[in-house]
Design a protein around this ligand. Structure first.
Ligand SMILES: Cc1cc2nc3c(=O)[nH]c(=O)nc-3n(C[C@H](O)[C@H](O)[C@H](O)COP(=O)(O)OP(=O)(O)OC[C@H]3O[C@@H](n4cnc5c(N)ncnc54)[C@H](O)[C@@H]3O)c2cc1C
Length: 367
């Protein structure tokens, strides 16, 4: 009896695993994605879907290049998967009002965007009507970032899954990868609770759960969950732009729904919303935009961002395993970085030189 051996096996079918799978399958490789639940239902589903035009908060040059290139890839990828699947991920450039804590911070941020060739506009109190926010929001510390985009996570993940299936990717759901078998410096198979899957190359993309494979890989993978809570409102659609203040934000969808996000909590995998976080998020939203006070609360949820000690992704070869790769810990930016992650991982797996160097994201930087 012949045994099926895929070219590439990917553990984890979040936006990262599926984006890599699609890139590889488009190069005619046989690809399998294994997920312990349905693909695309964890952090990638739970996130807010914000896609900034670049990155100004991390100094790392490669990371900044990734953020810029990824944002430029979004329109074409969205169009491609929409054409193939008929599912519209609602990618669009909506702009964002960024509220900083002082005029000097605003100036520094505007300067940082300008250096990357991205235009911003200083706001004044009179702009509050234009954005439907409280007058205090548009005082000295606020600016408008016109190039900020967004996508609707559940729709993007559905489209990506369908695009993968149409491209011939085997998606194995409801099977938990328990162990990675190794022999003579190579990874040989993934053992799930229902079977054994062989492949020539392996990618670990299990998001916040990637640490579970430390033992079978005999590696240190300091990946941890950072819980984020979100509240969903049903509004009259008065807010059209994203509004961000420090780590919290309002993200309006096209149908009037509005996400209020998000907390950052180090509480492990406790899957519940808490009363104080929901209260704080709602207070934050109604403080920024008092007209939201009458909006209906539709639902709340949590998601687990994959974090790393230096908040940078872990991307690249899974050294010392010759045929192992890892793509995780994109933390707060895993969705926006997913197009470039798929492309760079495809280049690496096909033994090409990635167009952006991945050295700073190596998995052994923590050992
Ligand atoms: C509240 C919140 C808001 C966010 N907002 C944004 C945003 O606006 N913009 C942005 O870019 N990013 C945002 N993020 C971050 C982004 O969602 C994540 O970085 C990204 O989704 C990570 O993708 P992933 O594929 O690595 O992980 P996940 O989507 O979590 O996927 C991992 C997959 O691995 C599977 N898995 C785990 N263990 C196993 C196993 N043993 N066997 C088989 N399968 C396994 C899981 O079932 C899951 O499907 C946000 C996150 C949260 C929580």
């Amino acid at each position: 009896m012949s045994v099926n051996v895929d070219d590439v096996l990917i553990i984890g079918g979040g936006v990262v695993g599926l984006s890599i799978a699609l890139e590889l399958a488009e190069c005619n490789l046989t690809v399998r994605v294994i997920d312990r639940a349905r693909v695309g239902q964890e952090a990638s589903w739970a996130g807010a879907g914000m896609i900034p035009p670049g990155e100004i908060h991390f100094e790392n040059e490669s990371y900044r290049k990734m953020a810029r290139l990824s944002s430029q890839m979004w329109p074409a990828i969205s169009e491609k998967i929409r054409e193939r699947t008929g599912i519209d991920n609602e990618y669009h450039t909506c702009g964002a009002v960024i509220v900083t804590s002082s005029s000097s911070q605003r100036e520094a941020e505007q300067q940082a965007w300008k250096k990357q060739g991205i235009q911003t506009e200083q706001l004044a109190a009179r702009d509050c009507e234009r954005f439907q926010v409280a007058p205090s929001v548009c005082e000295d510390g606020a600016y408008f970032l016109a190039e900020q985009s967004q996508t609707r996570n559940p729709r993007h993940l559905s489209a990506l899954k369908q695009a993968c299936l149409l491209q011939g990717v085997s998606i194995t759901e409801h099977q938990s990868a328990r162990l990675i078998e190794t022999r003579a410096g190579k990874l040989t198979a993934v053992i799930t609770d229902a079977g054994r899957y062989q492949a020539n190359q392996f990618v670990l993309a299990a998001g916040a759960w990637s640490k579970e494979f430390e033992q079978s890989l005999r590696l240190s993978l300091p990946v941890f969950p950072v819980r984020g809570q979100i509240v969903l409102l049903k509004t009259e659609g008065q807010i059209k732009q994203i509004i961000e203040q420090k780590k919290r934000y309002l993200v309006p969808r096209r149908d009037g729904r509005l996400l209020i996000g998000a907390t950052e909590e180090h509480v492990g995998f406790i899957r519940q919303n808490t009363a104080c976080a929901v209260r704080d998020l709602i207070q934050f939203a109604t403080g920024l935009a008092p007209s939201l006070s009458e909006a209906a609360v539709e639902k709340c949820w949590v998601g687990f961002r994959p974090g790393s000690p230096d908040k940078l992704p872990i991307l690249g070869r899974l050294e010392p395993w010759e045929n192992g790769f890892i793509a995780t810990s994109q933390y707060r930016a895993g969705l926006s970085l997913s197009p470039v992650t798929g492309r760079l991982m495809r280049q690496l797996i096909l033994n090409e030189t990635p167009e952006i160097p991945l050295d700073d994201f190596s998995s052994n930087r923590f050992s």
